[in-house]
Design a protein around this ligand. Structure first.
Ligand code: SF4
Ligand code: SF4
Length: 316
């Protein structure tokens, strides 16, 4: 087993690793408190269940699609709306970065489902990691994490045997936004609840403080709408149980089902959690100060120009 390459300054290491993630495209990155993860996550789904000597969990978030994407029809957004693979690529790179730079074992945490627990139970909760790392807070939209500055993001995690100081969860939750509280006062629902196509969101807002009181989420109803891969066995079952050739043909060649075969053969991400309607109407997802990729690009360019101008100014 390789040994750590040199004396490691954990403060320098944390800064270098989080900087790596941001340089590669993460909008935010942080370290989650491992003890807190162990208190929240059940046995079998704690980081040490995957990496026995894990000491730190790093979480990072990437932004969603282009600004224009929010205006396309649901059937198109379903094909390209999600950008989580960018986050996974950065996490993969960060695991290699830590091993190469510090000689300490690290892994990319798979975002996938637990083969022993079925298709709705993940191996690890990337959401818990991100929440505890202080890069997102639970919203009334089925606990989707939102960030006050960057809005709606996708998250990825890295586990490492390098010990890093944990960050704290966000102190404030941007959800519900003031306009959502106003809507709730008038109709008893927030935009995400109102516009969810299968009505799987419900909850209560404290109208005095504007804070979340209760969040209710019918995960099965959301999954029926969004996890299209789950319908494949039912379709095959219908075909097997069909009474005659014509009924079997109907089950397999029905236009809705044919599109499933298309998505499977194309390896389309459209088979996974591709309903964006609660986020399309969410003012934090779409209008948080840096949710808009055009604004983010402009801000990054201005910062780059400022940084480039500094040495010149110092030399003058
Ligand atoms: S993803 Fe779609 S189905 Fe699920 S809560 Fe959001 S709007 Fe509803
Ligand atoms: S629309 Fe967004 S901010 Fe408003 S309640 Fe729903 S998740 Fe929260």
């Amino acid at each position: 087993m390789a040994k750590p390459k040199r004396d490691i300054d954990p403060v320098e290491a944390k800064t270098a690793i989080l900087d790596y993630c941001k340089r590669k495209g993460a909008l935010v990155a942080g370290v989650a408190d491992l003890d807190a993860i162990n208190r929240i996550c059940p046995p079998g789904h704690r980081p040490a269940d995957m990496m026995p000597r894990v000491k730190s969990v790093i979480s990072l978030g990437v932004g969603g699609q282009t600004q224009g994407a929010w205006s396309v029809p649901a059937k198109a957004l379903g094909y390209f709306g999600s950008t989580e693979t960018r986050g996974y690529t950065i996490a993969y790179g960060a695991a290699f970065y830590i091993e190469n730079k510090y000689g300490v074992p690290s892994i990319y945490c798979p975002p996938d489902m637990d083969p022993d627990a079925g298709p709705r139970v993940p191996l690890q909760s990337l959401k818990v990691h991100a929440e505890l790392a202080g890069i997102g807070a639970r919203s009334l939209a089925g606990d989707i994490l939102l960030h006050p500055e960057f809005g709606y993001m996708y998250f990825a995690s890295v586990f490492t045997e390098l010990e890093l100081e944990p960050d704290a969860p966000l102190e404030t939750n941007p959800c519900p936004a003031p306009s959502c509280v106003s809507m709730y006062k008038s109709i008893g629902r927030t935009p995400c609840m109102k516009f969810c196509p299968v009505q799987c969101l419900d909850g209560e807002v404290d109208t005095e403080t504007g804070a979340q009181k209760v969040m209710r989420y019918d995960m099965a109803a959301c999954a029926e709408m969004t996890q299209q891969f789950e319908t494949v066995p039912a379709t095959l079952m219908d075909a097997m149980k069909a009474e005659d050739e014509a009924a079997r043909e109907d089950a397999l060649f029905d236009p809705d089902n044919k599109i499933l075969w298309y998505k499977l053969s194309a390896g389309s991400g459209g088979l996974f959690a591709q309903c964006f309607e609660c986020m399309r109407v969410c003012p934090i997802a779409t209008k948080a100060p840096m949710a808009d990729p055009i604004l983010r690009y402009d801000a990054a360019r201005e910062e780059r120009e400022r940084a480039e101008a500094m040495p010149k100014a110092a030399a003058e």
